[in-house]
Design a protein. Structure first.
Length: 311
């Protein structure tokens, strides 16, 4: 019977390789996800535990079984789902006549400030207890936008993109503090991802894309960047991601997490058409523009309403 893998990858959709390749099961676990790249670079057999939608509670319930005294390396990416990052993106993606995203962002920040530090501390203490001989690397998340949303069917405003950036920065501060307090390495992707945001010339992140689950996740280049950062923490000499070595990848339970996945706004819904009417738009015109795919005109209507709201 083969020995347990020495490297255990825990966490949410970022840790499950979403955006880095095709979905392989309910958890996703793409072969191009950053944990697989790290394993191949370092020559470590991998227990691939991360799962789309996972919160800290899901990691504790479904992913910890792979840890043990023989574990030498652990990576962890988690926390975004605990604060409701996907619901924030869903709300911000709606046009201005459909939604006011500020309350949803405020709720996420409240959880970030009052609940997430203790949740992360407890999880990291459990990891240290179950894998006492392991090096642990805890990652944050990159900034998604550089002030531009170029996707046709989403309506992120400059105000919303700014609040999302501030939230990502604050989340990184909380994750970094928890990692340092636990004696773990903190991996911060924000500086390397600068210049590679959604709509930049060389994107390392997906905007709204198909399948929708991949939206707002690292693409193949983004997962490679994550892998370089992690391998630098574990073994600086291997940070060039090569040469790859053959390793065993053993997957954990395919129990997807509790958090929702991204969805596009339904511009033909009663929420949209009634909201258009309340904001002085002709709902029948909105319906025609949607059905005919006249996205630039829809974006113009969104800007028109936002300008009135700011007066």
């Amino acid at each position: 019977m083969p020995s347990p893998p020495p490297y255990v990858a825990l966490g949410d959709s970022y840790a499950a390789g979403v955006g880095g390749g095709a979905k392989r099961n309910e958890c996703w676990r793409a072969v191009g996800g950053y944990p697989v790249l790290v394993a191949r670079t370092l020559g470590l057999h991998l227990a691939y535990q991360g799962c789309i939608g996972a919160t800290i509670a899901n990691v504790e319930r479904d992913q910890m079984q792979a840890l043990g005294p023989e574990t030498t390396h652990v990576t962890l990416t988690v926390g975004g789902n605990d604060i409701g990052f996907v619901p924030v993106l869903i709300e911000c993606a709606k046009p201005s006549w459909m939604s006011d995203s500020d309350p949803v962002i405020d709720d996420a920040l409240a959880i970030l400030r009052t609940q997430l530090p203790d949740r992360l501390a407890a999880l990291l203490a459990t990891i240290a207890k179950r894998a006492p001989n392991a090096e642990v690397a805890v990652t944050a998340y990159p900034v998604l936008f550089n002030g531009e949303d170029c996707n046709a069917l989403t309506f992120f405003s400059p105000h919303e993109m700014g609040r999302i950036k501030n939230g990502v920065d604050e989340l990184a501060d909380v994750i970094g503090a928890a990692a340092r307090d636990a004696g773990a390495a903190f991996v911060d992707p924000r500086p390397p991802f600068a210049g590679h945001a959604i709509c930049d010339d060389l994107e390392w992140l997906n905007g709204a894309s198909l399948p929708l689950e991949q939206s707002f996740h690292p693409n193949a280049d983004g997962h490679a960047a994550y892998a370089r950062l992690v391998t630098t923490e574990f073994d600086a000499a291997s940070a060039d991601l090569g040469p790859e070595r053959d390793v065993r990848v053993i997957e954990g339970p395919a129990s997807r997490g509790d958090a929702p996945t991204f969805r596009l706004p339904d511009l033909l819904s009663p929420q949209s058409l009634d909201g258009a009417r309340r904001h002085g738009l002709d709902p029948s015109r909105v319906e025609v523009l949607v059905r005919e795919g006249r996205h630039e005109e829809l974006q113009a209507l969104d800007r028109e309403v936002r300008a009135r709201l700011q007066k």
